[in-house]
Each structure stands twice: as C-alpha cells, then as structure tokens.
Design a protein around this ligand. Structure first.
Ligand code: DAH
Length: 350
C-alpha cells in the first residue's frame, strides 16, 4: 500500500511539473483533490490495516495530501499571476502620452459689457426688455419723430426688408414700443424705466471702428419728476461705474430727432485721464453715447400727455464701450471668434 502511495505521489509530481495551464490544473485537482481522487480511494483501505500500520500509513498519507494540496494551490496562484501579467501588459497605459485638455469657455467681451450695464440699471430700478431686430418703419422711425422723408432714415443708412419693415437701425425702437404700451396701461401714474439691448444694422461703410451690424444698449425713463438733472446724474453714475470712479463726463449739445434737448456724452480719456493721447486724439475726451430729454412730440406720438410726463433717454454703442474698456482697436475682432482673442476675457465677469 505504501508503494502504491509512493507511485501516486511520483506521478503527481511529474504531472504537476508538466501542468502549464488552467485546464491541466483543473484536471489535476479532479484527479488528486476531489472526493473520488486516488488519495481518497487509497484511504479507504486504511480500515484493513493493524493499528501500527494504520498510524504509519495515516501519517504518510497526510504528508502526501499536504504536498498535493499546497502544490495545487501554488500552481493555481502561479497561473493566476501569469494571467494578470498578460492582461496588464495588454492594458498598459502610456503615461507619457499627452492628456486631453478640456477648454473652458469665457464670456464674450460684448456680453461682459452688456452684463455690467444691465446690472447698473437694474439696480437703479430699470426693467430689462428684449426687442426684435426686424422692426416696422413705424416703431423704428415714425413714432420717434422721424416721418417719412426724414434724412436720418435715408435709404443709404437703412436696410429695408420691404416697404414697411426694416432691420432696426437702433434699439430706440423699444422706447417707442414701451411708451405706446404704457399709454394703453390702466395705471394711475404713467411712469416707466426701461433698458434693452441687441443688434442693430446700418448700411455704413465698414472700417476698423464701424460695422454694418453692431450692438446697442438703449434706455429711457418716463415719469412726472424726470428732468435734465436726473439724466446727467444717471449718465455720470453709469460712466463712473463702467470705467473708473475718477471718470468725468462732459455733455455737448447735439441733435437727435427724438430728444430735445439732445446731447452727446464724452468721458475723460480712459487712457490718459484727460491729458491728451492717441486714444483721445489729444483732446482728453472720448465720445461715448447719445442722450437727451425725450422730445414732447415723441411722448405724444406714443399716446402719452407731454404736459403730464417727461423723460430721459440714452443710447450706448456696446462695441465702443468694449473697445475702450479692453483696449481693442478693431471692431471685427468681436466677430471673428478667434479663440486666442476670446480667451483673454476668461478672468472678467462672474
Ligand atoms: N438711437 C441713437 C443712434 O442710434 C442713439 C441715441 C441717442 C439713443 C440719443 C437715445 C438717445 O435713446 O436719447 O444713434
């Protein structure tokens, strides 16, 4: 019997040496470590031995079993390790490869200016309204004191869509729209303060500072107690917040068909603070917006009583403000979507 056991061990040692894969490991497990393995088989013969032989054989068989089990475990571990190694080799990550970078967008400089100006005015109690770029001749011109034939609405300046409609030439169309709406509202006191922004279109010659499409912010306030001082304070407050607390403003008489009196507003030069430089063409001042007191005719043309209410109005070129604020020389930079240009504004705004 001992001899038989030796035989089993000998063949096991040989077989495990040759076993190189999972399948042969399984086979060996079944042959030497299962319930009907040769080792279990031989143990059954124990009962026929006398006590001394039984002990001797028992010890031997235990030794053989221990050897068999640990060899099988070792083989299993080795096979698993090999498999893992192969898998890792296949999935090897080359950490020297350049990673993917995800670019964060930034706010467009024109939006930064719009956001800032709308913050200023909404804090002052103005409502923000949106309008359409496709506008009727009536709201773009007629209700703003520009009857048919008025030079300011000359064919040369305006893109006509058809006889009655245009691409708006200014955002002041929203002043006419809101005033007309106000005149129809059933309220005790007719008062309103409103700003709107958006694209406007003109058949201007394109050059470094002019484009046939640009953006404006237009605002107005109408009520009983609005006077020229309110206008001046409002514009000064806005310019100081927009540029610097040291910014000064200068009002120059001007003409707009829908305001009376009208004025052009200059700010002290953002570059030289007024001493004279290239940016301000040595004048110390930079023209920034148009404004005035809403003309009584306009109040009336939109259904309100000019003896009851008066109003202030202003219109700002968004590109112009952005060019001054950020030192941009060419208006086309805003529209070319050059990532290198846009990325510079990453750190502005919220
Ligand atoms: N609408 C004028 C323009 O486009 C700008 C303007 C001037 C708007 C005076 C106003 C204003 O509201 O009061 O040139």
């Amino acid at each position: 019997m001992l001899k038989k056991l030796e035989e089993i061990l000998k063949t096991f040692r040989k077989e495990i040496k040759d076993a190189k894969d999972k399948k042969s490991h399984e086979e060996l497990k079944r042959k030497y470590a299962s319930r009907d393995s040769a080792l279990v088989e031989i143990s059954r013969d124990l009962k026929d031995l006398d006590p001394d032989q039984k002990r001797e054989f028992g010890i031997k068989i235990n030794e053989v079993r221990t050897e068999v089990f640990s060899a099988l475990n070792e083989l299993e571990d080795a096979l698993k390790y090999e498999e893992l190694k192969k898998q890792l080799e296949k999935e090897k990550i080359d950490i020297s490869l350049q990673g993917m970078t995800f670019k964060r967008g930034s706010k467009h400089p024109l939006n930064l200016v719009i956001d800032e100006i709308s913050d200023i005015f909404t804090e002052l109690g103005y409502e923000m309204v949106s309008g359409t770029e496709f506008e009727s001749d009536e709201y773009c011109f007629q209700k703003l004191n520009m009857p048919i034939g008025h030079p300011a609405r000359d064919m040369q300046d305006t893109f006509y869509v058809d006889e009655k409609n245009v691409l708006r030439t200014h955002c002041t169309n929203m002043t006419a729209r809101r005033l007309t709406q106000l005149s129809k509202m059933n309220v005790e006191e007719k008062s309103i303060a409103s700003i709107s922004y958006g694209n406007v279109y003109r058949r201007d010659d394109d050059d470094a500072t002019h484009s046939h499409q640009f953006m404006q912010i237009d605002g107005f306030a109408v009520g009983k107690k609005i006077n020229f001082a309110t206008l001046k304070w409002t514009l000064e407050y806005m310019c100081k917040r927009l540029f610097s607390p040291k910014t000064k403003i200068r009002l120059r008489p001007s003409f707009f068909p829908f305001t009376e009196p009208s004025c052009e507003v200059d700010i002290s030069c953002v570059n030289c603070s007024g001493s004279g430089c290239k940016v301000c063409k040595n004048t110390g001042w930079i023209e920034i917006l148009g404004s005035g007191m809403i003309a009584p005719e306009v109040i009336e043309q939109n259904g309100l009583d000019s003896n009851e209410v008066g109003g202030l109005a202003f219109g700002i070129g968004v590109e112009r403000v952005a060019m001054l604020k950020f030192g941009i020389n060419n208006i086309r930079d805003f529209y070319e979507n050059d990532i290198r240009f846009l990325e510079q504004f990453k750190f502005f705004g919220d």
